[in-house]
Structures are given as structure tokens and as C-alpha cells.
Design a protein around this ligand. Structure first.
Ligand code: PEP
Ligand code: MG
Length: 916
């Protein structure tokens, strides 16, 4: 049997061939249109060409798969029969839209064509059918514009601007202020002009055959999947593994036939703040692209409820009811598109709403508790705690930790404009007017803080929007391109600040009498929509204030309460522990506040740098013999023991993994001649001796050199000193008046063979046991190793014979498995991800296929000889949600990550357990 590529929806449940579970092949829009048809909601019927057809098209140089053409014709017949209209019919024409829609929504990235089927003859039929001459010519001119821009533009350079220029000229000629002021006769004149614009650029007349119109449009939508902007969007948003876009051919309904018509977009809850109120924009007498493009400023949904006309008020009621139904059905707030044609409401699409992280957290919490976190007002309970946890992402939670402006400073600052609060948080930076400039600034200096200021944004601007700290536009509503994209990223964004008069040529923006030029500083409060002159200092979030600052007032803040609830639920459901990487009491305290259940990695290198200690380690490095080195270490011992006492006290009974010194010694000596001379002077040796030693320490590949356990093996006195400091501190604090329980875990880095560990374990145990015996303290400690050299994973069964625990150092393990230097990978990795040689940076997201195998193997082989082997991860991946899930699946007991990522790891661990 031939493969099926086309699926019908609408008209009746029997005729609908898909449902929401078929997102991968029908795309999000197609699957949801089918789902809504099945639920009996008012959806204009149509059919969907599958993403598989797009994949074939893309892989075969723009050829349809066999049988597709026939299938399209058959489904079109079915649609025409059902609607009692025919495409291109001069008396009773069917008009359709051709819409893209991938499995993951990519707002505005791919193409859409509306009003397809109009030509010089069918426009007359359409006028007869609708009784509106004006609507006929308005639709026809829009169709020529969209078809020209979207379908022919990529080959001919024809653009929407070419048409826009003509309509502006015509409006001037007739003194029309808005597009809607143009009469039917004037629009008819415009159709003639548009056809000429088309012919001039395309060198062929505007196609009159509707089947040809449909065929070319389908090809354009398929083609748009591979457009530069769509490819870039997928890269930035890390979207991979999709087949392509589906194409939806939908019966047109018209929002532009008069004042009882209109079109809009709405969210079942506020997508910025998460408040449980229907939120949306609509325009009367308009078609969809007018709202989304931000050309006319739309009205708020609340205005619909107050409309003079009872029909509109009734539509508002119906809309609210449908929205509630959809939210319950999908168990997720929805983002819908609707059109009202002559008072009848039609749903054109529904999808899980994109929202800010804060809104996502608020939705999840309120839908699970059935209570507004701000007001306590009752709501319908829609989700279980588990569902709620699955609806929140790590980056959403992260947004609760976002900085806000210092309130006092913000009060003092000068408001220069106000717009819509489209993306929350706060941002300060210097103005740029061009998306490319924003990208260039950040490429030059990755800490550059720029604010992208535009009249509006288009999909071409996504790179610059991503690079900018904040985005500010002068036109458009909450659902304009800028708003939707920024919100999806959790980027601070203000839209529709209409007081801004932007001059791209002069690179300046005028507000009243004031002029701000490129490079001037401004600040945006994306939660209130206020734009300020100059920079305003940022302040940490209420969650941080509460957790780290311990401020009582912050603990009452709804953000903190939401964080608390979600984290509490996470802890109920997760089975894997979460520790932190911290090497100072202050960081340990912060991490504990965020819920860390121990320290998974205390790096000790910083303890060698602080204050005057660097001189002791330098003396150690220059010493001629063991005696000299031991003398130099004496001073360090005192300091390190104090450091560990502080950390143990802070962790108060929680396990603490301390790693022995890891970096190569050359990191501790100066490389500049002047500094070497200073070192010689301070240590009373010749400058030459210093220079010689530094030269000796030079290594071609220091990351593969004399570091990790290799240091302690060649200089056991180093291992002795560190063990004394750790165990000495543990014994001391365990005997204090306010004694703390201590569970030190001494960790040997960079082990590649069991014999390395054998050697050092002896040194550690001999030193530690002597102190414990001498002090009489009741301290139990463990000795384990990092698994960060591939050989260690391969021989994990041998190593586990000695090691009481494993901690996967996936930073080094990634480095050594790929053979990519951690320090130099930036020179080629961006090209690798751009060219899709690698989907993602393996230093951020654990390479589960490759490095992951070593992790799994390490755990399995290790536990094959030591059943209770404790296993964890302490590489950067421990705070990355996908990697955390993988760690859970691999049987790790804990993940360890930096303090601010602990809440994310708790959530990800819960999600992994729920998904299991
Ligand atoms: C690792 O290699 O993953 C690790 C945690 O150690 P470091 O990053 O200090 O080398
Ligand atoms: Mg390492």
C-alpha cells in the first residue's frame, strides 16, 4: 500500500483522520486541529500534509513523494464536497489558507499564505457570496501580496515592502489614514497595481490557476523549513530531530467582512505573569496577520466583553467557555487563534502556550493547588503535583532566581517611555538598532550588554534578539513577534512603546525632545513595561533574598512561596540526591539554602591561592628535597585545616567530598619575567633558579600532564598534608562543645589505574588513622576516586576494589573521550554546532551516546565488585536537566552542581523519577 501523506480534519468526527498524539507527523497545529475537530469545537475543515512529505521534499531537491499529488487532489475533492464550494469557482469559490506547522512551534519562522483560490474570476464569486465588494478586493490584494512575498519572494526578491510601498502611496492619494479607510473601488485599483508589482519582479503574470497557486504555496511552505531564519531558530532553541514542517490547507474564514467580524489571538492565562485571567488581543474587521505583525495596535480581550454590540459580548462569553474547556482538555494553558465571521466564532489553532518561566511556574503551582498564589482566590484544580512538576522546566525555575532592579534606584530613575511588559526581569545596557550589531557586539565581547531597540522585529532578527540583554520595540502587541520570541526565551522585553520615534538611518531614537543615540544606556523593566534613561543597578530575586539573605519579608513573597512548593514537591518525588560543588563556607551555605544535601566536590586549589598562601606553595615548588617541601607545606596545613573546619561546620552532618589538589603546578608560578624576579626576591633565591623551574614545569598538554593523583604520587607529602588538614579539621569540629557530625569523603582525582589508588589510599589511611587514634575522635571517613579518565571507567571493577565511592568527573571525561581540550574547544566548537557535526556542546550537555556509555559502564563494573559503591557526578553536567535524567537512569546516587543550579537539579531529578 502506498504511504499515506495527507490527513483530513473537520466536517465531522468520522472524517477526521488524526488526533493530538500525531504531532510528530501532523505538526502541532495539524494534530491540534484534528483534536479540536474530534472534540466538536468549531474548526474550519481542511487537511494536513505530513512532515514526512516535507522530509522527502527536502531530501529530494524539491520533489514530491510518489502519490502525494493524487492524495492532495482527493482530499481537496472531499473538502470541496463537504463545503459545497470549489476552489477557483467563479460563482461559489472555496478559499483556503496554507499554513506551516512543525511538531515544535517556531513562531513566525515558516510561511503562511491566506486567501488562496482568488483570481480575477473567483473574486467576483466571492463578492457575490459575501455580499461585500470591499471584502473581495481586500482579500484579493492581500493574497497577491502574501503569495508574492512568501511564495515567489525567495526566488525573485519580491517582498512585502514592495506592496506596502504601493498601499501607502494609494492611501496618501485618497487621504486614507488606515487601510480600513480605503473603499472597495480603491482596493480594486490596488489589486491592479499589485499585479503589476508582481509581474515586474517575477516576470510572469500573477497565476490565475488555483491549483497552481496551491501547488506553489505548498512547495514554498516545505521550502521554508530549510530557510536561513528557520535553521537559525532551530539552532538557537536547540530544536533537532524533527522531520520537517507539516502543511495545513484550511478552509478560510473571514475576519475582514465588516464590524461584526474580527480576528485575534488569546491565552487562557496571562503568558507574562501567569495570572489566571484570559489574555489576548483582537482586531475588528481584520485578518490574522494584522494582529501578529503588529501593524495595527490591537484591542484587549476585556474590551470585547464591554463592546456595545451584544453579538461581540456573546462571542466573548463563548470564547471564555471554550478556553476553559481547552485548558482542562490539554491540562495546559493554551494559546489560541480565532476568527469571528459575521458573529460566528471559529478556532484556527490551539497549542500549549509559550510563556515566561515565571508564568510557567505560577500556572503549574496554581493548577495543582487550585489557588491563586497572589490573592488566595480559588481556581479549578486541573493538575496533580506530578503533572505540575512535569510542566515546569529547569530554565523556568531559574527565572525565579532572576535579578530585578534595585527598587530605590528604579524609583529615582527617569522613565522615558512605557510599553507592554512582554518579557519579565530587568535589563540594562547600551542601545543598538540593528540585530546584526547586537550579535557583533556580543561576538566581540561576550559580556557586552546591549539593548536591541526596533520599531518591530521579524524572524530575521532572532540572532540579535538572542544576543541582546533586552529587546524594546515601538509597535506591536503582546503577541507580536518580538513578544512571543522573547517570552519563550525568558528574555526581558518591552513592546509597543509608542512614544519612541526610531530613526534607523541616523541610529537614534527620539522621545519628545530627547534624543538617544546608539551606545547610550537605557534600562528596561520587562515586568512593568517601563523604559528608563541610563543604567539601573540590578538586585537579586526574592527567592535569593529569602534563601541566601534569610530575609523574612522575602519569604512571604509569592515567588518564594511558589519556589518552596515546587521544590517541596520535587523532594517528595525524587529518589536521587542532590549535592553541590562548593569550596568555601559561603557557597556551601547558599547551596544548603537551595536544598543541597551535601558537598559532592570541594575543589581545594583555591585554598592554595588565598592571601599569602601562594608563597608557601611556591616555596614547595622550588624546594630541592622532601624535607624542604614538607617545611613549606607546614604553613599551608594550618590554613587548610581552618578552611575545612569552616566547611564542615556549615554542612553540619552532611557528607562532604574533598578532592586532593588537581591542577598542574605551573598554574602556581608566575610566567612574566618581572613577577619571577619578585618571587626570587621574596623567597631569597636567584631569579635564574625561578626561571629554570618555571621552564621545567612547562608542559605541552598540561591537562594531560603532571596533575591530579600524579602530583600526590610524586609528592606524597602533599597528600599527607591535605589528609591531615581534612581529618584534623573533622576530628576538631567533632569534639567541639557544639560538636558537628562530619562525614569526610577524600577523593583522589584523575585516577587511571588501580595501582595509583592503591598507593595513595595507603598514604591517606595511614595518615588519617593516626590522627583519629591520637585525638580519640569518632570520625568515619571514606576514600574514593573520581572517574574522569576513560581507562578508569574501563577498569572500574578493579578500581572499585579499593574505592568506596566513585564521582564521575564528566568535564575531564568528556575532554578525554572526545579528545577535545577543555581550554581550546571554543576555537572550533561553534562551527561544529553550526554545521550540525555536533547537536550541542558536550561540555554543557552530557554526550549520552559516547561519554554516557563510560558512565554506565563505570557504575556497572564498579558495583559488580562492590554492591554498595556510592556513585555520583560532579562535572558541570550535574546541573543540566537532560544530563540529570541520564544520571538517574544510570543508577547514580546523587548529582552535584553549582549552588544556584541545585533547585534545577532537584526538579530534574523528580521529573526523572516520575517519568520512569
Ligand atoms: C571534572 O573533571 O568533571 C571535574 C569535576 O573536575 P575539574 O572540572 O575540576 O577538572
Ligand atoms: Mg577533572
Amino acid at each position: 500500500m502506498a504511504k499515506k501523506y495527507v490527513y483530513f480534519y473537520g466536517l465531522s468526527e468520522e472524517q477526521t483522520e488524526g488526533d493530538r498524539s500525531m504531532k510528530a507527523i501532523l505538526g502541532g497545529k495539524g494534530a491540534n486541529l484534528a483534536e479540536m475537530s474530534n472534540a466538536g469545537l468549531p474548526v474550519p475543515p481542511g487537511f494536513t500534509l505530513s512532515t514526512e512529505a516535507c522530509k522527502y521534499y527536502s531530501e529530494h531537491g524539491g520533489k514530491y513523494p510518489q502519490g502525494l499529488e493524487k492524495e492532495i487532489r482527493a482530499h481537496l475533492d472531499q473538502l470541496e464536497k463537504g463545503m459545497g464550494k470549489k476552489l477557483g469557482d467563479p460563482d461559489n469559490p472555496l478559499l483556503v489558507s496554507v499554513r506551516s506547522g512543525a511538531a515544535i512551534s517556531m513562531p513566525g519562522m515558516m510561511d503562511t499564505v491566506l486567501n488562496l483560490g482568488l483570481n480575477d474570476k473567483s473574486v467576483q464569486g466571492f463578492i457575490k457570496q459575501t455580499g461585500s465588494e470591499r471584502a473581495g478586493w481586500d482579500c484579493y490584494r492581500r493574497f497577491i501580496d502574501m503569495f508574492g512575498d512568501v511564495v515567489m519572494g525567495p526566488y525573485t526578491g519580491l517582498k512585502h515592502e514592495h506592496f506596502e510601498h504601493e498601499i501607502e502611496k494609494l492611501k496618501k492619494k485618497y487621504g486614507a489614514k488606515e487601510d480600513t479607510d480605503l473603499t472597495a473601488e480603491q482596493l480594486k485599483e490596488l489589486v491592479g497595481i499589485y499585479k503589476k508589482v508582481y509581474q515586474d519582479k517575477v516576470k510572469k503574470p500573477f497565476p490565475q490557476d488555483p491549483e497552481q497557486q496551491l501547488d506553489l504555496s505548498i512547495r514554498a511552505v516545505f521550502g521554508s523549513w530549510d530557510s536561513d531564519r528557520a535553521v537559525k531558530y532551530r539552532q538557537i532553541n536547540k530544536i533537532s530531530g524533527l522531520l520537517g514542517t507539516a502543511v495545513n490547507v484550511c478552509t478560510m474564514v473571514f475576519g475582514n467582512m465588516g464590524d461584526d467580524c474580527g480576528t485575534g489571538v488569546a491565552f487562557t492565562r496571562d503568558p507574562s505573569t501567569g495570572e489566571s485571567v484570559a489574555y489576548g488581543d483582537y482586531l475588528k474587521n481584520a485578518q490574522g496577520e494584522d494582529v501578529v505583525a503588529g501593524i495595527r495596535t490591537p484591542k484587549h480581550m476585556n474590551d470585547m466583553a464591554k463592546d456595545k454590540s451584544p453579538a461581540w459580548r456573546k462571542t466573548h462569553k463563548e470564547l471564555i467557555q471554550i478556553m476553559k474547556r481547552l485548558e482542562k482538555h490539554y491540562k495546559h494553558p493554551q494559546d489560541i487563534e480565532f476568527t469571528v465571521e459575521r458573529g460566528k466564532l471559529w478556532l484556527l489553532q490551539t497549542r500549549n502556550a509559550k510563556r515566561t518561566g515565571i508564568a510557567g511556574v505560577r500556572w503549574a503551582v496554581e493548577m495543582a493547588t487550585g489557588k491563586d498564589v497572589f490573592t488566595g482566590k480559588k481556581q479549578t484544580k486541573i493538575l496533580s503535583q506530578k503533572d505540575a512538576l512535569m510542566n515546569v522546566g529547569g530554565s523556568d525555575l531559574e527565572q525565579l532566581l532572576f535579578p530585578v532592579f534595585d527598587m530605590k534606584e528604579e524609583k529615582k530613575a527617569n522613565v522615558i517611555a512605557e510599553g507592554l511588559p512582554a518579557g519579565p526581569g530587568a535589563a540594562s545596557g547600551t542601545i543598538v538598532f540593528d540585530a546584526d550589531d547586537a550579535e557583533a557586539a556580543v561576538e566581540k565581547d561576550k559580556n557586552a550588554r546591549v539593548i536591541l531597540v526596533r520599531r518591530d522585529t521579524s524572524p530575521e532578527d532572532v540572532g540579535g534578539m538572542w544576543a541582546a540583554r533586552g529587546v524594546l520595540t515601538s509597535t506591536g502587541g503582546m503577541t507580536s513577534h518580538a513578544a512571543v520570541v522573547a517570552r519563550g526565551w525568558g528574555k526581558c522585553c518591552i513592546c509597543g512603546a509608542s512614544a519612541l520615534n526610531i530613526d534607523y538611518k541616523k541610529k537614534q531614537v527620539t522621545v519628545g525632545k530627547k534624543v538617544y543615540k546608539e551606545g547610550d544606556s537605557i534600562s528596561l523593566n520587562g515586568s512593568t513595561g517601563k523604559v528608563y534613561e541610563g543604567e539601573i543597578p540590578l538586585q537579586s530575586s526574592p527567592v535569593v533574598e529569602a534563601v541566601i539573605g534569610g530575609k523574612a519579608a522575602a519569604k512571604k513573597h509569592p515567588y518564594y512561596r511558589m519556589y518552596e512548593m515546587l521544590s517541596g514537591w520535587s523532594d517528595t518525588h525524587r529518589k536521587m540526591k542532590v549535592r553541590t560543588n562548593a569550596d568555601a563556607p559561603k557557597d556551601a551555605a547558599a547551596a544548603k539554602g537551595f536544598g543541597a544535601e551535601g558537598i559532592g566536590l570541594c575543589r581545594t586549589e583555591h585554598m592554595f591561592f588565598e592571601g599569602d598562601r601562594i608563597w608557601s606553595i611556591r616555596e614547595f615548588i622550588l624546594a630541592e628535597d622532601r624535607e624542604g617541601r614538607e617545611k613549606a607545606l607546614k604553613d599551608l596545613l594550618k590554613h587548610q585545616q581552618k578552611d575545612f573546619e569552616g566547611i564542615f561546620k556549615e554542612m553540619d552532618g552532611l557528607p562532604v567530598t574533598v578532592r586532593l589538589l588537581d591542577p598542574p603546578l605551573h598554574e602556581f608560578v608566575p610566567h612574566e619575567k618581572k613577577e619571577q624576579q619578585e618571587m626570587a626576591r621574596r623567597l631569597g633565591v636567584s631569579a635564574r633558579k625561578v626561571a629554570d623551574r618555571v621552564r621545567q614545569l612547562h608542559e605541552f598538554n598540561p591537562m594531560l600532564g603532571h596533575r591530579g593523583c600524579r602530583l600526590s604520587i610524586t609528592y606524597p607529602e602533599l597528600c599527607v598534608m591535605q589528609t591531615k588538614a581534612i581529618i584534623g579539621a573533622a576530628c576538631k569540629v567533632s569534639k567541639l562543645k557544639n560538636a558537628v557530625k562530619v562525614h569526610p569523603e577524600i577523593m583522589v582525582p584523575l585516577v587511571g589505574s588501580k595501582t595509583e589508588l592503591d598507593y595513595l589510599e595507603n598514604v591517606i589511611r595511614t595518615t588519617a588513622d593516626e590522627i583519629i587514634e591520637r585525638t580519640g575522635a569518632k570520625v568515619k571517613y571514606m576514600v574514593g576516586t573520581m572517574i574522569e579518565v576513560p581507562r578508569a571507567a574501563l577498569t572500574a571493577d578493579q578500581i572499585a576494589d579499593r574505592a568506596e565511592f566513585f564521582s564521575f568527573g564528566t568535564n575531564d571525561l568528556t575532554q578525554m573521550t572526545f579528545g577535545f581540550s577543555r581550554d581550546d574547544v571554543g576555537t572550533f566548537l561553534p562551527e561544529y554546532t553550526n554545521r550540525k557535526i555536533l547537536d550541542v556542546d558536550p561540555f554543557q550537555h552530557l554526550d549520552q551516546e559516547g561519554v554516557g556509555q563510560l558512565v554506565k559502564m563505570g557504575v556497572e563494573r564498579g558495583r559488580s565488585v562492590r554492591g554498595d559503591l556510592k556513585c555520583g557526578i560532579c562535572g558541570e553536567h550535574g546541573g543540566d536537566p537532560d544530563s540529570v535524567r541520564f544520571c538517574y537512569e544510570s543508577g547514580l546516587d546523587y548529582v552535584s552542581c553549582s549552588p544556584y543550579r541545585v533547585p534545577i537539579a532537584r526538579l530534574a531529578a523528580a521529573q526523572a523519577a516520575i517519568e520512569e
